[in-house]
Design a protein around this ligand. Structure first.
Ligand code: ADP
Ligand code: MG
Length: 728
């Protein structure tokens, strides 16, 4: 029998690191080389045009069509010098990853072929919206969609193609992508936060959203990957018994990075730098063969584009190193899954981080104000925030038995908790009388400066305050960060707006500004208390406790998604001008459809693997045992043969039982799939997939994993966990 597995293992095991290609000079010398940034604009465009673009970036003004022609010409000139022959509008539809359709620069000028790129083509293009997920919007309206240039994210050249970051909307203006609502949410939080900043500093004209993502991922050798149908088609292992050693010794986290992986990382970093992505950190993660990249944080829209780009680059560069990147949230059972921590903060155009403890009492009142508003927003909208990160993939990471639960809570750390509790504590609150300013100092200005270097960390918290930002850890590794940031910005914008209204009311009733702010802040601290949890988020006790506190504990993605269309969420989205009701409904349709399809594919792949790999191999081994038992009888007297064959007979029965179970469960799963497929309503179908199909994936897997333990290793045809996780 030929075993692809051992060929693959041998090939993978003997591989040497592939030399990374690093340009001469320091990283800073080629940083941003492939990006049409301000510096290049200054070289290829005239000064007024550059100014107009900068205005458009800073103030959201639309660019004059006449200027667009000049920008396009300059951009094309630069791109051609960079080796580009094509251009594309680069956008983020509601699928995973980005979309692009390349067009060549060539054109007829009436006589000859020339290179041409007009402002019209730069600014807006028509595309077929019906080919992308649109949640039924195309059924009621025209199928046409538009992509339109997002001036706040610079164009860049990948290989031979000029990529222009764009939004993607339907003919009737509904957003069909992540970027459009992200930009709107950045705008909403800017407005609401700037208004609140007005209480503290009238110089603040703009508040930016910042994002620093930490991208976790697994690497698997490509030869091993190629013989695992589940990895190839679903990005995760649908079977595989735990390796005897996995992460229990905690020897992988921050360990020495293996040579092949270092080479891969170096190439990703080098390419990333060329695209202006400030990759700062690289390290081994907790699970074997799990790693992480993190850049220096930046403005959220750009940072998110960069994350999209880096995921594409990682996949591309991995194959040069004979690796495959797994961005799936839970590629392996029994070891850590992969997240994409979204470090999120707000900062003013005057350079103040709104979650950074200040140097004087005014700054600290501002810090506490913003912190507490976030607490309140997360508390009131914990279900929506969870919905923003839940997918079929992330469901395996959040809510599966071995993983953190699907519950949103906030970790503040003991110092901040103490400060907030002191503020509302009746015995100390008397001291914070506003007539005596020094007493405010006691309550507010005492925010310890050590906070910034505070190592008071809680790695089990889905939403943690980490000194100058919040870390939204529940976000999945394959996700578009925008989904989480849109939800977060929307609820925070709505919360700040409400806060402003309440404070203004108190002021109109004759209260002093600081007094009014403190009063509402204290009220919020008390009200939002149930969202604060500094204990072990992975413990069973927390699930019970969270339920008592009234936090959303549902772990079923298709149902969690309902949070988007609750009255409360719709009001926020509409008030903050993020989504219309129709858009939210359409997007939910897309989510349900994707959910069902993902489970459907996994279910099919598992059936294939069970029937074509596992059962034949297990049966083959069973036949060998049967033959042995039969031969025993030829050599030994009957009762001695029976005695000697006892263990083998047990094993034969054991294998038979597992095979039987796998067959029955596979049939039942196929039946459940058929019933689910017959359902026409997207939500009902997704729930059927969750409740009636998904459980079989586990029960079948358990039987297969049990077989893996008893079947001859030499016959087992699929790479095992130890090979997938330890060969690098
Ligand atoms: P850790 O693993 O300890 O959480 P990392 O260094 O891996 O930290 O990642 C931290 C991320 O947070 C980086 O991307 C960093 O740039 C980002 N970050 C730091 N400060 C802020 C901030 N104020 N706002 C947003 N992101 C931030
Ligand atoms: Mg980290």
């Amino acid at each position: 029998m030929i075993s692809l597995r051992f060929d693959a293992v041998k090939e993978a095991f003997n591989r040497k690191a592939v030399q990374p290609e690093v340009p001469e000079g320091c990283s800073s010398e080629y940083f941003g080389k492939n990006v049409f940034d301000i510096e290049k604009m200054k070289k290829y465009l005239n000064a007024d045009t550059v100014q107009a673009i900068q205005d458009s970036i800073n103030n959201g003004t639309t660019l004059d069509r006449n200027l667009a022609d000049e920008v396009a010409a300059g951009m094309m000139k630069w791109a051609i010098e960079m080796g580009a022959t094509h251009y594309t509008h680069w956008f983020q539809p509601l699928t995973e990853g980005t979309a692009e359709k390349h067009d060549s620069f060539i054109d007829y000028d009436g006589h000859n072929v020339i290179e041409n790129f007009s402002g019209k083509l730069l600014v807006q293009q028509e595309s077929d919206a019906s080919s992308f997920p649109n949640g039924g919007i195309r059924n009621t309206f025209e199928a046409r969609g538009y992509t339109a240039w997002d001036t706040s994210s610079p164009a860049f050249v990948v290989d031979d193609t000029l990529c222009i970051p764009t939004i993607f909307i339907s003919y009737t203006g509904e957003s069909l992508d992540y970027k459009t609502p992200l930009l709107k949410s950045i705008q909403a939080v800017n407005k609401a936060a700037t208004d609140v900043c007005g209480y503290f500093d009238s110089n603040v004209k703009r508040v930016n959203t910042y994002l620093g993502w930490e991208q976790e991922y697994f690497l698997v050798d490509e030869s091993l990957y190629a013989v695992r149908p589940d990895l190839m088609l679903t990005d995760r292992t649908l079977m595989g018994h735990e390796s005897a050693k996995n992460q229990q010794l905690e020897d992988h986290y921050f360990g020495a990075i293996p040579a092949r992986v270092t080479a891969f990382m170096k190439d990703v970093e080098t390419e990333g730098y060329k695209f202006g992505i400030p990759l700062k950190t690289r390290h081994n993660e907790v699970a074997p063969n799990q790693f992480e990249f993190a850049p220096i944080f930046g403005e959220a829209n750009l940072a998110n584009d960069q994350n999209q780009l880096i995921m594409t680059l990682m996949k591309k560069i991995a194959s040069k190193h004979h690796f495959r990147v797994l961005l799936h949230e839970k590629p392996f059972a029994g070891v850590n899954g992969s997240g994409k921590h979204n470090n999120w903060s707000l900062g003013t155009d005057t350079g103040i981080g709104l979650f950074t403890p200040g140097k004087n009492e005014k700054e600290n009142l501002q810090f506490i104000t913003f912190l507490v508003n976030v607490l309140m927003a997360v508390y009131k909208n914990n279900a929506l925030l969870k919905a923003s990160v839940m997918t079929a993939q992330n469901e395996h990471r959040l809510g599966a038995n071995e993983a953190p639960p699907a519950i949103i809570s906030v970790f503040l750390g003991s110092q901040i908790s103490q400060i907030l509790d002191n503020l509302v504590d009746d015995t100390t609150s008397d001291e914070i009388t506003l007539k005596d300013k020094r007493h405010i100092c006691l309550g507010i200005a005492n925010v310890p400066e050590v906070l910034l270097d505070n190592t008071d960390r809680n790695r089990t918290s889905p939403f943690a305050f980490t000194g100058n930002r919040f870390e939204f850890r529940a976000v999945g590794s394959s996700a578009n960060c925008a989904s989480a940031i849109i939800a977060l910005n929307s609820v925070v914008a709505a919360q700040l707006t409400e806060f402003k209204k309440s404070v203004d009311y108190l002021i109109s009733q004759g209260k002093r500004k600081e007094e009014a702010i403190l009063e509402i802040v204290k009220q919020y601290i008390k009200e939002s208390k149930p969202i604060r949890f500094d204990g072990n988020g992975y413990g069973d006790a927390w699930k019970e406790e969270a339920k008592k506190r009234g936090l959303d504990c549902n772990g079923s993605t298709p149902e969690v998604i309902d949070a988007y269309t609750s009255e409360q969420s719709l009001k926020i989205f509409e008030d903050m001008h993020i989504f219309t009701k129709k858009e939210v409904q359409a997007r939910n349709e897309v989510k349900w459809e994707v959910y069902s399809k993902k489970i459907q594919i996994e279910s099919r792949v598992l059936c294939d693997m069970a029937m074509n790999h596992i059962i034949p191999v297990a049966s083959g081994y069973q036949s060998l045992l049967l033959e042995k038992v039969a031969r025993m009888k030829l050599v030994f007297p009957a009762d001695e043969a029976a005695k000697l064959s006892e263990q083998d007979l047990d094993l034969i029965k054991n294998i038979a039982a597992h095979i039987q179970l796998i067959k029955c469960e596979s049939d039942a799963m196929t039946e459940a799939r058929k019933i689910a497929n017959g359902l026409t309503d997207g939500r009902t179908k997704a729930i059927a997939y969750h409740n009636n199909v998904l459980p079989y994936l586990n029960s079948i897997r358990n039987a297969i994993d049990a077989l893996e333990l008893v079947v001859d290793d030499g016959m087992w045809s699929l790479p095992k966990y130890r090979e997938l996780l330890f060969i690098r």
